[in-house]
Design a protein around this ligand. Structure first.
Ligand code: SF4
Length: 590
């Protein structure tokens, strides 16, 4: 690495003792690069075995990498923790300004330990850490308001990140998220609940450091090459123009778009909420994470008329993308784009993971249809009957998920796996290893990937992409081939996420480009080294999961995925079981 690179510095913060210190961990950054690689090593050391995910022994690790702030699209911060949703590995990546701010403050990683007795927010300003009283912020349900207050209160405008929770994090909803820069999130697996359990309302990080590369001429040439490839890439243009929402129409046509809690594989009214349709009528702005020329973040302008004043509107910018349209649009059959934007704004406000929330409400709607929760869905004697497409009632349910006014919403706030274990309906609970389903019913590879991936996410091994390739070559769609493709992809993604490169740029950062960027930054690594490091990181993550009780051989396969046909036809349980078995063998041999 670059000599004197502050990336090697790990900042430790103990919330119980209100103390902080740094350690030089050059060894760790040289061995595991940064991001996920460094974070999993820190997590294994700092997280006691069987620690309560909502107790002081569960640390939060943030890590960035050597490319952060130096090359385009290395814009993510990796957060690792023990997940309150799955009980094992919690991993979430967010962009915004988080990664650049952490590195420019002088750190490669931040470890937050312990728990505060009273509400607190942290201000990390280069080498200073301030523990600020957050009593006045505690109880504010809106993550927007929290962000606004801290923005006005603290220095560092333009350079800082403000990570914060809304009401859902405070109430420790198992899938509460952490919001950064309003439109970016540590979305999945419940980091917001871990913040809440530590009485940590927010973290602001800012810094003004510069990174001095040792060979500026070679660096500039390589930077230009990566930048030009990015801005000329058709894939990046697609992300810029319509964003991931562009995938709604093709996946709907392919009959791979989960609808109505996956009772269906397509939505006959998807046209009104497709990426094209929302962009034409509502697109207001595109924004980008720090140091990214793509601007894939699409914000719709939602105008809500005031009841008493004609031609007077409350105007809100609402982020949307493929997963958001899937989880609240098609899963709940909300065909009104305005209804969809209104509900997405509410979810953002409370700070809930959109995917888990949409899937939880889809399960709850079907469970109510089947009378599994006859009166437990009522609050204060009032009936709250969830119905497909009824976004006003879903908005009320989101408030209840946060406030948890009765046993039913308490259970639903712990995820569909828990709620269905209490009320029944596990056969249509779309939970994979405890995490709610992403928006892909493309075939067996997607579901094997969701079952076995480190995060139980579509981002682990990109099974949705393997399924679509296999449609062209059906002979390749054997469980063994699928398992190998998933694990190979997941190994390589450990390198990308250790470099904290946005996965949308995976086509730009091929192995040769990664080696060139690392070489400019003083890393002498070969292709074999990267292959070995990717395997090692994946192995460490898998071992952490096993250590915390994950057993792939006992995993529950949601029956619903075997009932609704995918583009590969009806998926057999045998195919899924064999795929999981093969993937497990590969993981055990890493
Ligand atoms: S492509 Fe999108 S998500 Fe990725 S770094 Fe750029 S703006 Fe952020």
């Amino acid at each position: 690495m670059i000599s004197e690179d502050p990336l090697r510095t790990v900042l430790y913060i103990d919330l119980s003792k209100r103390s902080f210190w740094t350690e030089d961990r050059r060894d760790l950054f040289e061995q595991y690069i940064g991001g996920t690689g460094v974070a999993i090593n820190l997590l294994q050391k700092e997280c006691r075995q069987n620690a309560n995910p909502l107790g002081p022994d569960n640390p939060i690790i943030f890590a960035v990498g050597p490319l952060t702030g130096v090359f385009p699209l290395a814009s993510k911060t990796v957060a690792l923790f023990k997940s309150p949703l799955t009980g094992n590995l919690g991993e979430s990546h967010a962009g915004g300004r988080s990664a650049t701010a952490i590195r420019m403050a002088g750190y490669g990683a931040i470890v937050i330990k312990g728990a505060s007795e009273t509400p607190v927010y942290l201000v990390i300003d280069s080498d200073k850490v301030h523990f600020k009283d957050a009593s006045a912020l505690w109880g504010l349900k809106s993550s927007f308001t929290v962000g606004r207050i801290i923005r006005e209160q603290e220095d560092g405008a333009g350079l800082r990140t403000i990570m914060r929770i809304g009401g859902a994090g405070e109430k420790m909803v198992s899938y509460a998220c952490v919001i950064t820069e309003t439109y970016r999130h540590f979305g999945r697996l419940g980091l917001g609940a871990v913040f809440g359990s530590k009485k940590l309302k927010a973290i602001s990080v800012s810094g003004r450091r510069r990174i001095k590369v040792e060979n500026p001429k070679t660096y500039r040439e390589l930077y230009k090459e990566v930048f030009n490839r990015t801005v000329k890439s058709p894939a990046m243009k697609k992300y810029h123009d319509l964003g991931t929402a562009v995938n709604i129409s093709p996946l709907n046509e392919l009959k791979a778009l989960p609808t109505e809690n996956l009772k269906q594989n397509s939505f006959d009214q998807a046209g009104g909420i497709s990426g094209e349709s929302i962009a034409e009528k509502y697109l207001g702005r595109r924004v980008a994470c720090s140091h990214c020329p793509v601007s894939c973040i699409h914000l719709a302008t939602y105008r809500e008329p005031y009841a008493s004043e004609p031609y007077f509107y409350k105007t809100t910018m609402v982020g949307y993308d493929y997963e958001l349209i899937y989880s609240f649009g098609t899963m709940l059959k909300i065909s009104s784009p305005e209804g969809l934007l209104k509900i997405l704004d509410e979810v953002e406000k409370y700070g809930l993971d959109v995917m888990s929330t949409g899937v939880a409400l889809a399960w709850a709607t079907e469970a109510q249809e089947r009378n599994l929760i006859p009166s437990e869905g009522d609050v204060n004697g009032a009936k709250l009957r969830l119905q497909w497409g009824d976004y006003d009632t879903y908005i009320k349910a989101i408030e209840y998920l946060t406030d948890q006014p009765n046993d039913f919403y308490k259970a639903l706030a712990r995820g569909v796996s828990y709620a269905s274990s209490k009320y029944g309906g596990s056969e249509f609970a779309l939970s994979f290893g405890g995490n709610e389903m992403p928006g892909y019913h493309t075939g067996p590879a997607a579901h094997i990937g969701h079952l076995i991936g480190s995060r139980h996410s579509h981002l682990d091994g990109a099974g949705y992409s393997i399924d679509q390739q296999n449609l062209k070559e059906p002979g390749k769609s054997t469980p063994e081939n699928i398992a190998k493709a998933l694990i190979d992809e997941e190994k390589w993604r450990q390198i990308l996420s250790s470099l904290t490169i946005c996965f949308f740029a995976r086509g730009i950062y091929d192995i040769d480009t990664v080696l060139k960027t690392l070489s400019v930054l003083g890393y002498k690594l070969t292709k074999d080294d990267l292959t070995r490091i990717g395997s090692e990181i994946l192995r460490e993550k898998y071992q952490f999961k096993i250590r915390e009780g994950f057993n792939p051989r006992n995993i529950t396969i949601p029956k619903r995925i075997l009932e609704t046909p995918s583009p590969h036809g009806v998926i057999s349980e045998d195919t899924i079981r064999k795929g999981v078995e093969s993937a497990t063998d590969l993981l055990e041999k890493l």
